[in-house]
Design a protein around this ligand. Structure first.
Ligand code: PLP
Length: 441
C-alpha cells in the first residue's frame, strides 16, 4: 500500500485550474458553444451532453477514437452512454447502412429485416416471446408501462430511487417535475424487504414494477440477486407485472441481465446499442401480453410510430446483433470490462486512494469515496468537485468519459486502450487522491 503525497490546494481550486486549462485548449469549441446558445437552449439538444465550462464539439469518430473541433484526439470510453458498443467504424454495420440507403429509406410497410431482427431478439433474450420496435428507450418504457396499466386495469407504477428510464421517467435526482403524472411508488434500490412491503401495501392499485437490473445513470449499482428475486416473487404473488428496463443491461450477458440472474420479467425494454448506432428502442415479453398489439384481434391496442421499423435501424441493428455481437463477442466484451474495472479498483486499493469503480461487465462508474455503495443515496458521498476534476483531467489527458464518471468499453477497444486508461487513472489518483481525501473529511 502506497501513501499519497500531501495536497495543498483544495479540490475546488484544482477543478477551477483544470477548467481554465481546458478552456485555453479549446477555443474553437468554446466559440461554437457560444454561437449554439443562440439557437439551442444551453447550446445542445440533450442535457447530459453538457458540462462546465462547455463541452468540446465533436466532429468525427473512428474506431475507438473521437476528434474535436480544436484537433484533439480522445480514446472514447463513454461510447455515447452505451449506445456506441460497436465503436465508430464497424465495417459490417457501415455496409448494412449503405445498403439500406441504396434500397430506399422510408418504405412505409413491413420489411424482411424487421422480421429477422425481431426473431433474433426473441431468440437472444429468454423472456421475450414477441417484440415491437420503437425509436428510443424512453418510448419503449412508455409503451411497456402503458401496456401494463391497460391490461391490469390498475394505475400505479413502482420504480426505484436512482432509476433512469427516460426524460419523463427520471428518478436519479430530486427534481421530478417533468415526469409523467402517474401514481408513482418510489422504493429504495437493493432493499428487498422494503420493496416487498411496498408491493404488498400498494398491490390493489399497482400495475407494474419498472426496474433496471443494474442502476445505470444512477451510478452503475448492480442489483443483488436477493433484491431482483424478491421483486419477481412479490409481483407474481400480487398479480403485478415486472418490467426489466434492459436498455443498458441487455449487453451484460448474451441474454441480458435476465439471463445472468436467471430471473425472467413479464416485459423487457431495450434501446441504445441494439440499433447498431442508429436510434433504437424495443419492448417485448410474454406472448399473451404482447399479442394485445395484434391488430387482428377485436380488442387490440394500437401501437403507432412512423419510424418504428426505419430502414437504417433495422439494417444496422440486425447485422450488428447477428454478425458482430455474437454471444461469444458479448462474453469477450464483458471480460474486458470486468478486467478494466478490476485493474482500476486494484490501483485505488494499492494507492489506498478514495475511489471505487462500480458496475458490471462493460459498464461502470468511477466514484470518489470510501463509504460503501449499495443504493443511489450512497453515491452522494462523492464530492461533486472530485467528479468535475476527474472528468476535466481525463479529457485533458485524451480520454472521453462522462462528467458523472460513467465509463463503458466498446468492441473497438483493445488491451492497449484499457492499459492507457488505467495508467491515466493511476496518475490522477497519485496527483489528486489526497485533495479528495481532504474534501471527504
Ligand atoms: N432506460 C435506461 C436504463 C437508460 O439508460 C436510458 C437512456 O439513457 C433510457 C431508458 C432511455 O433511452 P433513450 O435515451 O433511448 O430514450
Amino acid at each position: 500500500m502506497a501513501t499519497l503525497p500531501a495536497q495543498t490546494r483544495t479540490l475546488q481550486e484544482l477543478a477551477s485550474a483544470a477548467a481554465a486549462r481546458y478552456t485555453a485548449a479549446n477555443p474553437l469549441s468554446q466559440a461554437s458553444f457560444e454561437r449554439s446558445t443562440e439557437f439551442l437552449p444551453g447550446a445542445d439538444t440533450r442535457t447530459v451532453n453538457h458540462f462546465d465550462p462547455f463541452p468540446a464539439t465533436i466532429v468525427r469518430g473512428e474506431g475507438a477514437r473521437l476528434y474535436d473541433l480544436d484537433g484533439h484526439e480522445y480514446l472514447d470510453f463513454l461510447n455515447d452512454y452505451t449506445a456506441g458498443l460497436y465503436g465508430h467504424s464497424n465495417a459490417a454495420i457501415q455496409a448494412a447502412i449503405s445498403e439500406a440507403a441504396r434500397n430506399g429509406l422510408t418504405l412505409g410497410g413491413p420489411t424482411p429485416n424487421q422480421q429477422e431482427f425481431a426473431e433474433l431478439i426473441c431468440g437472444r433474450f429468454p423472456s421475450v416471446e414477441r417484440a415491437r420496435f420503437t425509436n428510443s428507450g424512453t418510448e419503449s418504457n412508455l409503451m411497456a408501462v402503458s401496456l401494463a396499466r391497460a391490461v391490469t386495469g390498475r394505475e400505479g407504477v413502482m420504480v426505484f430511487d436512482g432509476g433512469y428510464h427516460g426524460g419523463p421517467l427520471n428518478f436519479t435526482g430530486t427534481d421530478r417535475r417533468l415526469n409523467l403524472p402517474y401514481r408513482w411508488t418510489v422504493g429504495e434500490y437493493n432493499d428487498a424487504a422494503s420493496a416487498r412491503a411496498l408491493i404488498e401495501a400498494h398491490a390493489d392499485d399497482l400495475a407494474c414494477v419498472l426496474v433496471e437490473p443494474m442502476l445505470g445513470g444512477g451510478g452503475c449499482i448492480p442489483g443483488t440477486r436477493v433484491f431482483l428475486s424478491a421483486l419477481r416473487d412479490a409481483t407474481e404473488q400480487y398479480g403485478v407485472l415486472l418490467i426489466f428496463d434492459e436498455v443498458q443491461t441487455s449487453r451484460l450477458a448474451p441474454g441480458g441481465a435476465q439471463e445472468a440472474f436467471g430471473i425472467h420479467a413479464d416485459l423487457t425494454t431495450f434501446g441504445k446499442y441494439l440499433g447498431g448506432g442508429a436510434s433504437f428502442g424495443a419492448f417485448g415479453g410474454r406472448a399473451d401480453l404482447m399479442d394485445r398489439f395484434d391488430p387482428r384481434r377485436p380488442d387490440h391496442f394500437s401501437h403507432a410510430g412512423t419510424h418504428n421499423n426505419n430502414a437504417v435501424t433495422m439494417a444496422a441493428g440486425l447485422v450488428g446483433l447477428r454478425d458482430v455481437l455474437t454471444p461469444a463477442a458479448v462474453r469477450r466484451l464483458s471480460q474486458r470490462g470486468d478486467a478494466l474495472r478490476a485493474a482500476l479498483n486494484g490501483v485505488a486499493s494499492r494507492l489506498d486512494a478514495p475511489a471505487e469503480v462500480t458496475g458490471r461487465a462493460s459498464i461502470m462508474t468511477v466514484h470518489f469515496q470510501r463509504a460503501p455503495i449499495r443504493c443511489r443515496a450512497d453515491v452522494a458521498a462523492t464530492p461533486p468537485a472530485a467528479r468535475d476534476l476527474f472528468h476535466l483531467e481525463m479529457l485533458l489527458a485524451g480520454f472521453w468519459i462522462a462528467r458523472r464518471g460513467f465509463v463503458t468499453v466498446s468492441l473497438a477497444h483493445d488491451d492497449d486502450d484499457c492499459d492507457a486508461f488505467v495508467a491515466a487513472f493511476e496518475a490522477f489518483l497519485e496527483r489528486h487522491g489526497s485533495a479528495i481525501d481532504a474534501a471527504l473529511e
